[in-house]
Write a protein that binds this ligand. Structure first.
Ligand code: BGC
Length: 346
């Protein structure tokens, strides 16, 4: 087990960005850069023992700064969408950034993901990143202190622990927005990856990707991943929800009790022989199949990133939760600690 810290790049304002690389005793490694607390690489062997990086992302700071994909970044203060960028905490109504179509708030704007986080090595297999979000940034209430720990174990689990506490009542929904491609992006799209989701329900949306409030059974629909199937099998089905989003871009309700760590998803890629398991204690997960990636950006090793070259499993509270009283809520009182764990196991 080891963790190294190296220079990665400088931000345009001169702030230094570092790269932390955690390597376990199986030679599997995770690279984290301090800009956006970004999971920049996750390197593991294929069925022939050939190492490959399963994170779709970038190898230059310029791309990390300009890309709108949020790849690998820690997203806050509210991951996913808020209708009209508006919500209430108690009797106080807040208007936050409307960074999507001038209407909705997506991923809390660019605050957490564009910040350069402070980081220290806390163990021979773990890095702790911290960020202070000032009261009112992007419109969100509260001075929020956020801590994210990435830990890579010898069981090949990359564990991400999130902790946040605010000095005012506020909403908090944190996730990691990594795009995975188990064959590595150089091998093309992920439509042949086999996916199982431990989710019997999902939350359909309107045309702005805001949940309608319905909790719909996946049974008999293209959204049914309860039995393993290829990501691409039903992606082009004649289903209004899929057509609207050009593929999967939906929140699934994770079976079992939120607050307890449980299996969310299993993914395998027969071609490379790599697999991924996702566990989380959060109530939901966004399956996003890279629908809006359009060949306009070049990723690591000169690979032009095309539609479906990566999939995301963003563990989360459901989108627009503060405006949907029937969803599990994510309003935290001043001083109350938000705590959550997600594990990506290869
Ligand atoms: C959203 C997509 C969006 C992507 C990149 C996902 O979480 O649901 O609609 O395009 O993030 O911002």
């Amino acid at each position: 087990m080891s963790v190294t810290k190296t220079h990665y790049a400088f931000m345009p304002d001169g702030t230094e960005v570092h790269l932390f690389t955690i390597t376990n005793n199986n030679e599997i490694s995770a690279g984290i850069i301090t800009k956006g607390a970004t999971l920049n690489s996750f390197t593991c062997p294929d069925k022939n023992g050939v190492m490959g990086d399963i994170i779709m992302g970038f190898d230059s700071i310029d791309n990390h700064i300009t890309s709108g994909t949020y790849t690998g970044q820690v997203i806050g203060q509210y991951a996913n969408r808020l209708c009209g960028g508006r919500f209430k905490v108690g009797d106080t109504e807040y208007q936050v950034t409307q960074n999507e179509k001038g209407k909705t708030c997506l991923h809390g704007g660019a605050e957490y993901s564009s910040a350069v986080w402070k980081a220290i090595i806390i163990d021979d297999n773990a890095v702790e990143l911290t960020y202070h979000s000032p009261d009112g940034k992007e419109g969100f209430p509260g001075n929020v202190d956020v801590t994210v720990v990435y830990r890579l174990t010898d069981r090949n689990e990359l564990e991400i622990n999130y902790k946040a506490v605010s000095d005012k009542d506020t909403i908090i929904n944190l996730t990691n927005h990594a795009y995975f491609n188990l064959g590595t992006p150089a091998a093309g799209d992920v439509l042949d990856h086999e996916l199982q989701l431990f989710c019997d329900y999902f939350t359909p949306t309107d045309a702005d990707s805001i949940p309608t409030g319905e909790i719909r059974s996946v049974k008999g629909t293209a959204f049914d991943f309860t039995e393993t199937k290829k990501i691409g099998r039903d992606i082009a089905a004649d289903d209004e929800q899929l057509i609207m989003c050009r593929g999967y871009d939906h929140n699934f309700c994770v079976n079992g009790e939120a607050g307890k760590l449980r299996l969310v998803a299993k993914v395998t890629d027969e071609k490379s022989g790599r697999k991924l398991e996702v566990m989380s204690d959060l109530p939901g997960v966004q399956l996003y199949t890279g629908n809006f990636i359009d060949g306009s950006e070049t990723g690591k090793d000169g690979v032009v990133l095309q539609q479906h070259y990566g999939f995301c499993l963003e563990t989360q509270y459901y989108p627009d939760t503060p405006n949907q009283p029937s969803f599990p809520q994510c309003t935290f009182k001043a001083g109350e600690v938000f705590k959550s764990t997600t594990i990506f196991k290869v």
